[in-house]
Write a protein that binds this ligand. Structure first.
Ligand SMILES: [Zn+2]
Length: 246
């Protein structure tokens, strides 16, 4: 794979970044990223990875766009609600109009333990854009099994958390959260929180894929936007973790 003239123009401003260069751009172009969930986090992750020139995205969501999604899920428009469109299909349309050079593959059925490998086998990295811990644990187990890096974020109201999981090197999701937080069916959330954390996830993905900068390695960043509080905590591998200990 090579960069073509259009790549050098389109991505010229990020190619200028120290240590990024054409090499970094080529790495992005050669990469495939899986995104599970095309909601608030998924919208932001997919827009910014598409903008940055990641060669291929595999986006998966079985849900249909609903009016209550539009305060935060910015790849879905009013006509997607009216036409009851699947979220992955709706998102693909916007991303392809934005950057026609990016290959976008959609998966519109529910992703579960049985089909997760079929959906994400070809990915270099997976981004958790889910809204529940049952599916997160499923995705975490798969990533540990398959040795794929997983970028995790979760949001609630004005609050969010993010970490990057490298199987067998950092704590996995089960090491950090041995039991799930209580699941709330309809939880409070505003678009600035999902937008910010989606962008942070995209940033982690870009840094991991290009090798530029440092990602959250055995660290979790917590941000409460309502108070402008930012914290980082250390995470540690659990030697007895049922998922990632051998
Ligand atoms: Zn673990």
């Amino acid at each position: 794979m090579k960069l073509i003239k259009r790549d050098l123009q389109r991505y010229s401003r990020q190619i200028l970044i120290d240590r990024f260069g054409e090499k970094g751009q080529l790495k992005l172009k050669s990469s495939t990223v899986g995104i599970l969930g095309c909601g608030g986090l998924g919208s932001a992750v997919s827009i910014y990875l598409t903008a940055a020139g990641v060669g291929k995205l595999i986006i998966a969501d079985s849900d249909v766009v609903d009016i209550t999604n539009l305060n935060r899920q910015v790849t879905h428009y009013e006509y997607d609600v009216e036409n009851k469109r699947n979220k992955a299909v709706s998102e693909q349309e916007k991303l392809s109009a934005f950057n026609s050079d990016i290959k976008i593959e959609t998966y519109t059925k529910n992703v579960n333990e049985k089909n997760v490998d079929e959906v994400f086998r070809k990915t270099d990295l997976i981004v958790d854009c889910l809204d529940n811990f049952e599916d997160r644990y499923m995705l975490n187990s798969y990533c540990v099994r398959a040795g794929k890096p997983l970028i995790h974020a979760a949001v609630y109201g004005f609050y969010g958390q993010i970490t990057t999981i490298i199987p067998k090197k950092t704590a996995c999701l089960k090491c950090i959260f041995p039991s799930p937080p209580p699941q709330i069916k309809v939880f409070p959330i505003i678009g600035v929180t999902t937008g910010l954390f989606g962008i942070l996830e995209a940033s982690e993905a870009i840094k991991y894929l290009t090798g530029v900068g440092n990602y959250l390695f055995n660290e979790m960043m917590l941000i409460d936007l309502s108070e402008n509080e930012i914290n980082k905590i250390r995470t540690e591998r659990d030697k007895n973790c049922p998922i990632c200990s051998s």
